[in-house]
Design a protein around this ligand. Sequence first.
Ligand code: AMP
Ligand code: ZN
Length: 112
Amino acid sequence: MADCVFCKIARGEIGTLIYEDETVAAFNDASPQAPVHVLIVPKVHVANITELEDKNLAAHIFTEVVPEIAKKTGVDVTGFRLVVNTGEEGGQTVNHLHVHLLGGRKMTWPPG
Ligand code: AMP
Ligand code: ZN
C-alpha cells in the first residue's frame, strides 16, 4: 500500500530493519515501551489480524521469526511479551498488522 508507513519500512524505503526474510520484516519501535521493543510485520499489506488469511505466514511469524528475534535481542531465556493490538478499542494506531515483541524488563498485568 503506497501510503502505509509500515509498508514503506518493510520495503526498506525508510527506517532500519533488524530482521528481514522473503515475507516478513522487523524493526525497532520508534517509541519503545521496554528495553527491547520490536515490531514484526508481514511484507504484504494486511490491515490487522482479522484480515490475515495466510496460515503459512502466521505460522512462520510465530514459530520461526519470533523465536529468532527473541534470541537475537537476548530475551529468549528471560522471557518476553507478544502484543497484537487490533482495531480502535484494541489500541491499534497503525493499520498494518504488526506483532509487538517486548522484553528486557518485568511485564505487568493487566495491560492499560
Ligand atoms: P499499535 O498502537 O499497536 O498500532 O502500534 C503502533 C506502534 O508503531 C507504536 O508502538 C508506535 O510507536 C510505532 N510506530 C509508529 N510509527 C513508527 C515508525 N515510523 N517506526 C517505528 N515505529 C513506529
Ligand atoms: Zn502496509
